[in-house]
Ligand binder design. Sequence first.
Ligand SMILES: Cc1cc2nc3c(=O)[nH]c(=O)nc-3n(C[C@H](O)[C@H](O)[C@H](O)COP(=O)(O)OP(=O)(O)OC[C@H]3O[C@@H](n4cnc5c(N)ncnc54)[C@H](O)[C@@H]3O)c2cc1C
Length: 425
Amino acid sequence: MTDTIPQPIAASDASARPDGQETAATATARRSTNVVGEQFPRVDFYAVDDLLEPEEIAVRDRVRAFMDREVAPVIAGYWERAEAPMWLLPRLAELGIVGGSIEGYGCPGLSAVAEGLVATELARGDGSVATLFGVHSGPAMYSIYACGSDGQRERWLPPMARVETIGAFALTEPEVGSDAAHARTRARRDGDGYVLDGAKRWIGNGHLADVIVVWARDDEDKVAGFLVEHGTPGLTATLMEGKGALRAVDNADLTLEGVRIPMENRLGRSRDFRETGRMLMRTRYTVACGALGHAMACYEAALAYTTKREQFGRPIAGFQLVQQKLVGMLAEITAMQLLCWRLGRLLDAGRMTPEQAALAKLNNAAKARAIAAAARDLMGGNGILLANIVARHQADLEAVYSYEGTDHIQTLLVGRKITGISAFS
Ligand SMILES: Cc1cc2nc3c(=O)[nH]c(=O)nc-3n(C[C@H](O)[C@H](O)[C@H](O)COP(=O)(O)OP(=O)(O)OC[C@H]3O[C@@H](n4cnc5c(N)ncnc54)[C@H](O)[C@@H]3O)c2cc1C
């Protein structure tokens, strides 16, 4: 999908927009102590960088510099207008990160740790950008890699790595969310192909994707992956509007009515929901890393703000209660950084379990959500201004808390593991 991708806005500060005028929103933020346009030193209290390989640091720094330079100055406007900056995808491809840890097929074959660092940096810059990139590079591409035949990998992955072809991942349905193993969409064998009927909801990039991995129930009642191409008769996509989080990424409702696809569009190695589960495990790891990025952004902004903002004749960072909040945030972020690093190494070694990924996702999303709330508090009224970063992250974290498996569901997965008793069927 390369049509209608606008050119990037050459922005050197937070006020930039296409006509070079400061927006009303950034002007409002500037009229008091604020963090608009600041670039913050990265938090790394326990020198976690020492645990990283040079190439992992290099890709992390590439992504960070790009987000600081190209995305931070303009993203609040996209968020407010609920407009997805799709022009970013080809620019992100230039950073050598699309396809993450997939080996071959034009993908960079990053370590899982590096893939996690990329997710952290993208989300530290902006959650919508992290999500629009993540859906394509993560579950869409990885489904084809993990569950596709050699031919399917050869056909789809190289153009997806170049983002000439955009992918989406469609598991959730209007009536089936957490209970994803019981998806109702059907894929019926018919002659030399399949016919799909059903509906999907919340599908990131779903209205413009060239190829959608649709998870549907086959004639043997097994949930498997099917590739549905853009424009296939019977497939309709309706943009979801009115979101209060991740406003700068598009989600779509999909309807599939008698959608006929050829046999070869069934993912070759996809036999039942276990493959889907393995795929979701990887995504939960990167979402956990993304939650860390949101938390870092909020902490860094709150630290900068509180050292600058004066009340009662001194910087508010000098008050004990404020320091307590900042230190609490730092403690959680440091724990998350170590957790992500360790989980990435386990994944690289082929040892990460679904429950370990679930624990990281639930821990980091919950902690990041609390950190965003504390950061917003420390910035007082200015904390609700979109131009001052934190409010956007705080809103976006509400979606992160729920997607890729809610807090409850991750808890039940870990609970089943440690007790041996399933609290859900
Ligand atoms: C911004 C965004 C982007 C998304 N992108 C995609 C995408 O690209 N592709 C895709 O397939 N999906 C996507 N999703 C869907 C997402 O994965 C689901 O929203 C998520 O799995 C939760 O499902 P649900 O929203 O239907 O909530 P529900 O399952 O209805 O849950 C509602 C509440 O009930 C609780 N609950 C449910 N069952 C239990 C139980 N057994 N025990 C205790 N509590 C329970 C939940 O924890 C939650 O608190 C996206 C969602 C959002 C918000």
